[in-house]
Design a protein around this ligand. Structure first.
Ligand SMILES: Cc1ncc(C[n+]2csc(CCOP(=O)(O)OP(=O)(O)O)c2C)c(N)n1
Ligand code: SF4
Length: 331
């Protein structure tokens, strides 16, 4: 991170491009919150980058007055990894969708997370392919009637948070596009994390999958547990709680029940997976930071290996390296 010489405002992070999302798209609220949060964090535009794949969500870099790259479908984590390796001092944000990040790009996402590359990945989950006019995606509920599944989809959906945890992400969070305040808090915490960040953003696509998160967002106090470190898992105005038992079964109980679990963002992976498995309509949905652990980042370890090799052998020459050992002439 580097600090700008003058204090920047949200407006300074807005590009001169016309924002081309449909009216009412949840992406607008995310964009505004990211721009505002970067200004609040006091970051410099010159050291901030946004890398995306393909999709409506992936148009994000055009709208940020920072550096950015709208890359190829599903490959944003791979390109962002290269950037973070070469320029570890940059802040590298990745924007992807449930189609881009979990269909064609699932493999790339998984490996960036397991390597703990210092990327801040935001996955806009609208449970549909928006840009290509509404085909079902890996997060669509079973039975989703879409352009490609007129009789209803048959695939069981992926839980993005469970996948990120299993892959080894070291910071895992969820927020809804309707909650700018919580999103800003999570983004600020994510900003200071050194390894791989994965944030699922529940995003409404009013054109092809309208209201998909309504049950969670229209009754936030009743259907969301806002995770706060060291505080109990409460919802419904503090009247109900969630107890996660020794047998890894979750249950909704009265808030006064001593079995109500206490949130620990630095808790075990098993506990975080239990949180990720709490899905509507059976349970309230956890939002905020589910899991956080500190581990050396990939770029720090790789660049330290390079420094050690240079210290031991001196700076080499690429041509000499390619010509050393066994070489063949192919004719
Ligand atoms: C190699 C390749 N395959 C397929 C496509 C078509 N395509 C473009 S965007 C997209 C999915 C976008 O869905 P998502 O990531 O959920 O983003 P959204 O548009 O919903 O934000 C697909 C399949 C493509 N552009 N390139
Ligand atoms: S198709 Fe959906 S996701 Fe894409 S811009 Fe329109 S509302 Fe947003």
């Amino acid at each position: 991170m580097s600090t700008p010489l003058i204090k920047l405002t949200k407006k300074d992070f807005e590009s001169n491009q016309d924002v081309r999302w449909c009216p009412g798209c949840g992406d607008y609220a995310i964009l505004a919150t990211v721009q505002r949060t970067l200004a609040q964090l006091g970051v410099a535009r010159e050291t901030t980058t946004f890398i995306s794949g393909i999709g409506c969500s992936s148009r994000f870099p055009y709208y940020m007055n920072t550096y950015g790259f709208h890359t190829i479908h599903g490959r944003a984590p791979a390109i962002a990894t290269g950037l973070k390796m070469a320029r570890p001092e940059l802040d590298v944000w990745v924007v992807t969708g449930d189609g881009d990040g979990l269909s064609i790009g699932g493999n790339h996402l998984m490996h960036a997370l397991r390597r703990n590359v210092g990327l801040k990945i935001m996955l806009f989950n609208n449970q549909i392919y928006g840009l290509t006019k509404g085909q079902y995606s890996p997060t669509s509920a079973v039975g989703t009637k879409a352009a490609s599944t007129p009789m209803g989809s048959l695939d069981y959906p992926i839980n993005p948070l469970a996948l990120a945890l299993a892959a080894g992400a070291t910071f895992v969070a969820r927020v809804a596009d309707t909650d700018a305040k919580l999103m800003a808090t999570v983004l600020q915490e994510a900003y200071h994390h050194q390894g791989s960040v994965f944030i699922e953003i529940l995003q409404n696509c009013p054109v092809f999958n309208d209201g998909i998160w309504e049950a969670i967002t229209d009754d936030a106090p009743g259907r969301q547990i806002v995770l706060r470190d060291g505080e109990p898992l409460l919802f419904a105005g503090g009247t109900k709680g969630v107890a996660i038992g020794q047998d890894f079964q979750a249950a909704v109980v009265d808030a006064k029940n001593p079995a109500v679990s206490m949130h620990r963002a630095h808790g075990t992976l098993g506990y975080a997976q239990m949180l990720a498995s709490l899905t509507a309509a059976e349970f309230p949905v956890p939002v905020g930071v589910l899991y956080k652990v500190e581990k050396p980042s990939y770029e720090a370890m790789a660049n330290s290996q390079v420094a050690d090799a240079i210290a031991a052998k001196g700076r080499g020459k690429l041509e000499a390296l390619l010509a050393e050992g066994m070489t063949w002439r192919v004719s």
